[in-house]
Design a protein around this ligand. Structure first.
Ligand SMILES: Cc1ncc(COP(=O)(O)O)c(C=O)c1O
Length: 400
């Protein structure tokens, strides 16, 4: 058989090892296994090692006790859709209609999948920045569309606007933006986002914007694309409770935008999961109403954690690249004379007891070449663990 089956396109897009079908293991799993085998501190995976607010956990427990245990409506519990609408108004002045312009999804991941499966197919192009969050390549592969990219270059990972323009074509149906950006930690300013909207308008593309780290920025202001002139009519905005509230395992996300685009995504979501965890939806509805101190607190706590890890990476002799948001910071190993960060990532757990993810796994081959000396570290961990990781990192320069 010479054709590539959809799952194999997924495998190629997500940089699975053994994309020929022999062994579908991501490098994330490989690094996690190495970390477990060596007892290393795992800064590869991007999830917190502390739960979010007790009041939200109690709300979920109460919802279960009160019998909120059957299917929620496909588009989400009314109280959560209302809470998402309230959040969009409170933070950004946006006024989506909770009846027709918001759906609740099984994490941002399902929102991304539903949007892309609804909007693109073979012959279409989906444009993302590169490096890109790994599920983008996989989902675009599943749709059968072509994945095109515009590079984000170290050190600041801001796009070159001319390169961005030349990545658009008449076949670009969706520009899939992630801001704040995983894996780089970049936060895009108004000028970049405005240019994206102008180009999407020129090429009549839909903007799908993944803003799961919207509340996790450090100094830089997060600007939702949907707030920019001319954007709202062609933008689907995606976010998730996982990052904001440190409940990544609950998988409650949402998508909002113009009614006809939301309806298209909802039609697909109906046959992916139909509906998403009822008691968790109820609890997140309560969480979205937490006061401003909560939202500013999560960002400042994370900024402090970023600084601890950043100091450790400096002490390791690495070039530390700026992180303005997300859970992640990147470091360039070239300063230590290392050009293959993927090989180093495989050695690092045994060498110093810390695990990290090589940035090339978030790229196609050309982008992998541009990022071959970069490692991504997660800092969404407890302070003592980060301090220990920083101390271990400081030994790196004497060991390579
Ligand atoms: C950029 C980005 N989008 C989406 C997700 C997935 O979000 P969820 O867990 O809500 O599906 C992640 C998780 O790491 C992410 O980094």
């Amino acid at each position: 058989m010479t054709t590539t089956a959809p799952w194999q396109r997924t495998a190629l897009g997500a940089n699975l090892l053994g994309a020929d079908g022999s062994l579908a293991v991501t490098i994330f799993e490989e690094i996690t296994t190495l970390a477990m085998q060596t007892g290393a501190i795992n800064l590869g995976q991007g999830f917190p090692d502390e739960d979010g607010p007790a009041s939200i956990k109690e709300a979920a427990q109460a919802a279960i006790a009160d019998g909120a245990n059957q299917y929620a409506p496909g588009k989400g519990l009314p109280e959560l859709r209302a809470a998402v609408a309230g959040h969009q108004k409170r933070f950004y002045g946006l006024t989506p209609d909770p009846e027709t312009e918001i759906i609740i999804t099984t994490g941002a991941t399902e929102a991304i999948a539903a949007a892309l499966l609804a909007l693109v197919g073979p012959g279409d192009e989906v444009l993302t920045f590169e490096p890109f969050y790994d599920s983008y390549g996989a989902i675009i592969g599943l749709t059968g569309a072509t994945h095109t990219t515009a590079p984000l270059l170290a050190p600041d990972f801001q796009p070159d606007l001319a390169a961005l323009e030349s990545a658009f074509s008449d076949r670009t149906r969706v520009v899939l933006v992630n801001n704040p950006h995983n894996p780089t930690g970049a936060v895009f300013p108004a000028a970049v986002l405005t240019r994206i909207v102008e180009l999407a308008t020129k090429y009549d593309a839909v903007v799908v914007t993944d803003e799961v780290y919207e509340h996790l920025t450090f100094g830089a202001r997060h600007i939702p694309i949907a707030t920019l002139p001319g954007a709202a009519d062609r933008t689907l905005t995606i976010s998730s409770a996982g990052k904001t509230f440190s409940f990544t395992g609950w998988k409650i996300g949402w998508l909002s935008g113009p009614a006809e685009l939301v309806a298209a995504a909802r039609t697909v979501k109906q046959f992916l999961s139909y509906s998403s965890g009822t008691p968790f939806q109820s609890a997140i509805a309560a969480g979205l109403g937490l006061d401003d101190d909560f939202y500013t607190g999560i960002a400042s706590t994370l900024a402090h954690k970023r600084d601890i890890l950043s100091d450790g990476l400096h002490a390791a002799g690495l070039t530390v690249l700026p992180s303005q948001g997300t859970y992640f910071i990147n470091a360039d190993t070239a300063a230590l004379g290392i050009t293959d960060a993927t090989a180093l990532a495989r050695r690092l757990p045994a060498l110093i007891g810390v695990a990290a993810i090589p940035v090339p796994v978030f790229c196609h081959p050309e982008g992998a070449e541009r990022t071959k000396s970069l490692l991504r570290f997660a800092f969404c961990k407890k302070v003592p663990l980060l301090e220990e990781a920083a101390a271990r990192l400081a030994t790196l320069k004497d060991k390579v």
